[in-house]
Structure formats: structure tokens, C-alpha cells
Design a protein. Structure first.
Length: 185
């Protein structure tokens, strides 16, 4: 009769339960906190490269070379856009050399009949896709309403470090694009 009483007391014993619960919960909580940190870093990089693309599109839309004509003027637009992207990425402490053309490259409609400007061009950098002039609609989309603009797009690598998961040490590509109407004056 002593054995059932001993087992009953052992089953009702609560000493050390907190340690067992902590041993089960703390690794899961640690993984959640680590995941929040790494996803926050990825979101921060996404914000930085989006701002860089916006700065590049804005810089590529302003006519810095009023006396240039044709291809020289387009090269100036594209060089200014690529330089602005590099400067914005450096200000965000990101390496502009890690940026790459987006894959697949955006297929946009060129403003001129030749269509040569609708493909990605590096401008001053081999890491940023600058397309100018492209057709824009007044609502910001693509279309044929006569508005011409500049498109800047890129992708940037990010490497997660999340142990015991499928994304541990996986490189993901964070992509962004920005389009701005070209200024005429």
C-alpha cells in the first residue's frame, strides 16, 4: 500500500515545476526574439534601399544638363540617378557594391519610338537599374498618356541568422523600385 501513496504524493508534488516550465518555454521565447530582431533588420534594409531608389529616381528626373541633347542628356539623367542611389546607400551604411539589377528586369514602355531606353542601363553604376524615359500615367501607373519618367530599381542581399530554422544562413534578395515623372525645366 505504500507504493500507490508514494506515487500519489509524487504526482502532486510541485517543487521544481518552474524550472521544467522555464526549460520548455525559454528556448521558444529566445527564438521568437531572435526572429523579431532579424526580421526587423531586413525591414530596416528594405526601408533604406527604398529611400535610395526614391532619391535616385528624384535625382534622375531633374534636368541638370539643359544644353545637352538626346543621348547625352539621358546619360546625365541616368548617371545622376545612379550616383544618388549610391550616396543614399552609403548614408544608410549599406554597401552599394552588393546591390544588383532586379531579376527579372522590369519591362517598361519607352517614351520615344525607339524603345532603347526601356531596358536596364547601369548609368554610373553597374549595380542599379535606371530606365529613362519611360511612360507613366497620371495616377502613377504605367500607360500611354504622354507623361515620361525615370524608373530606378535594384535588389539587395540579406542573410538571416536564425538557428534551427529553414532560413538559417539563407540569403534573400530584397527588391525595390521607384518611378518619378521627369521634369522638363
Amino acid at each position: 500500500m505504500r507504493t500507490p501513496g508514494y506515487l500519489y504524493r509524487l504526482a502532486n508534488e510541485t517543487r521544481g515545476a518552474e524550472i521544467a516550465e522555464a526549460a520548455a518555454v525559454l528556448p521558444l521565447m529566445f527564438m521568437m526574439l531572435l526572429g523579431i530582431f532579424w526580421f526587423g533588420q531586413a525591414f530596416s534594409i528594405y526601408g533604406a534601399i527604398t529611400r535610395a531608389a526614391q532619391e535616385g529616381a528624384r535625382a534622375g528626373s531633374v534636368p541638370y544638363c539643359a544644353t545637352c541633347g538626346g543621348d547625352n542628356r539621358l546619360l546625365t539623367y541616368k548617371a545622376n540617378a545612379a550616383t544618388a542611389v549610391q550616396n543614399a546607400m552609403l548614408a544608410s551604411k549599406l554597401d552599394p557594391n552588393l546591390a544588383q539589377f532586379p531579376s527579372p528586369q522590369p519591362a517598361l514602355i519607352a517614351c520615344d519610338a525607339g524603345g532603347a531606353s526601356s531596358i536596364c542601363d547601369a548609368g554610373a553604376s553597374a549595380h542599379v537599374c535606371v530606365q529613362a524615359p519611360i511612360q507613366l500615367r497620371s495616377d502613377g501607373g504605367l500607360g500611354a498618356t504622354g507623361l515620361c519618367g525615370v524608373s530606378v530599381s535594384l535588389r539587395y542581399p540579406y542573410r538571416f541568422w536564425l538557428p534551427f530554422t529553414s532560413v538559417n544562413r539563407q540569403t534573400i534578395w530584397i527588391s525595390t523600385a521607384s518611378r518619378v515623372r521627369m521634369e522638363t525645366r
